[in-house]
Design a protein around this ligand. Structure first.
Ligand SMILES: [Zn+2]
Length: 383
């Protein structure tokens, strides 16, 4: 079993979501919840970006103990200084410095030569390391970076003191097979150095094509031992890999991934609700793991199956993720079995003809897109 560290970036990448904006108090509240959830590292913000973000990261570093607190930084001395000033109060501070390495970013955005990128990597990592024992280095747009240049940058960062190397799919362009090839290539070329220096490889995937979770899991399968994700998958544009989906894949398919994580899965749903409430970003109904419909069954055949044996249509227990809601939804596709089951659960015994009339009402309202909850069914049984 390989240990996988969960690096949560809800408060940094997630907070960069268009439409989300958290104040310092709300950020602190989420940081406490993430600590309870059992994530290994919290990326609390980008300290140089604003006075408010700097203060929020500092406050979290001071108050939320027993978990890594990380800040993002460009590979610029004043950014690194500002980042360290904020995270240094943590009992496990981390600086996360990044520079782009793909040809398009180097040429069009940074207007540098590849050699200059190597020099900046060397100097910035060494400088960050002189301040902070844990340094994470990120090759922005890694998945569009030429293989040999990528390994050259990684080698430089490791030799300058980086403990964690982040390989992000910044623009959400990669497919799982490409992630597989890239991560395997890194271990194939630099495996000895990675092992000797005890370096972690991290994956950070965006969801522009809906591949963020699949790509992250593929990275883990190929040896990445840190995965970066956000609650509800919030983040820049289409978002990041969703923490709850990554975690429940690793838990539910332990037989395949063979990994260990520290997350208390029962807190996934409450944490999702908290983040949705504070950011104002709603969770889609059919979202895996935490959506309102994630464990709900409406079709009569499915309901009958679940009543007989949950394993017929459920691969996870809703209690395992702390999901709250009615698992049997009554609508136009529901049948007698579900209605009878709800009544029996509440100790109510009625005649078959009564159940028939309740089912008729349920189906009639269901056709008008109205759904009855369990208390309304109990009311109908009394009439
Ligand atoms: Zn990102």
């Amino acid at each position: 079993m390989n240990s996988i560290e969960i690096f949560d970036t809800t408060l940094r990448d997630g907070e960069q979501s268009p439409g989300a904006n958290l104040n310092s108090k709300e950020k602190l509240q989420i940081a406490y919840a993430l600590k309870e959830l059992g994530v290994d590292v919290i990326e609390a913000g980008f300290p140089i970006s604003s006075e408010e973000d700097y203060n929020a990261v500092k406050d979290i570093a001071k108050k939320v103990r027993g978990v890594g607190i990380c800040g993002l930084s460009r590979t610029i001395k004043k950014d690194i200084d500002r980042c360290y000033e904020a995270v240094k109060y943590s009992d496990r501070p981390r600086i996360h410095a990044f520079i782009a390495t793909s040809p398009i970013h180097i040429k069009e955005k940074l207007k540098l030569s590849p050699l200059e990128v190597i020099d900046i990597t060397k100097d910035s990592v060494a400088y960050a390391k002189s301040l902070c024992p844990e340094v994470q280095f990120c090759l922005e747009d890694a998945t569009r970076t030429e293989y040999n240049f990528m390994t050259e940058v990684i080698k430089t960062a490791i030799l300058s003191g980086a403990n964690i190397i982040n390989i992000p799919d910044t623009v959400g362009y990669a497919v799982p097979l490409e992630i597989r090839k890239r991560i395997k290539y890194i271990f194939h070329s630099l495996g000895e150095l990675i092992e000797e220096k005890n370096v972690k490889i991290s994956v950070h995937c965006h969801n522009d094509l809906g591949n963020a979770v699949a790509n992250s899991l593929e990275g883990i399968k190929c040896g990445a031992s840190q995965v970066e994700c956000t609650i509800n998958g919030i983040g820049e544009r289409a978002g990041n890999a969703s923490l709850e989906e990554v975690v429940m894949n690793l838990v539910t398919r332990k037989d395949y991934y063979k990994t260990k994580i520290n997350v208390n899965t029962k807190l996934l749903y409450p944490t999702s609700v908290l983040v949705s409430d504070l950011t104002g970003l709603l969770v889609q109904r059919n979202k895996a793991i935490v959506g309102k419909n994630a464990f709900a069954h409406e079709a009569g055949i499915h309901q009958a199956g679940v009543i007989a044996c949950r394993g017929t249509y459920e691969i996870m227990n809703s209690e395992e993720v702390g999901w709250k809601g009615d698992s049997l939804i009554l609508g136009k596709h529901s049948g007698k079995g579900a209605v009878r089951n709800i009544l029996i659960t509440h100790g109510i015994n009625v005649e078959d003809s009564k159940i028939d009339s309740i089912v008729e009402t349920v189906k009639r309202l269901g056709a008008e897109k109205k759904y009855l909850d369990h208390s309304q069914i109990l009311e109908l049984a009394k009439t």
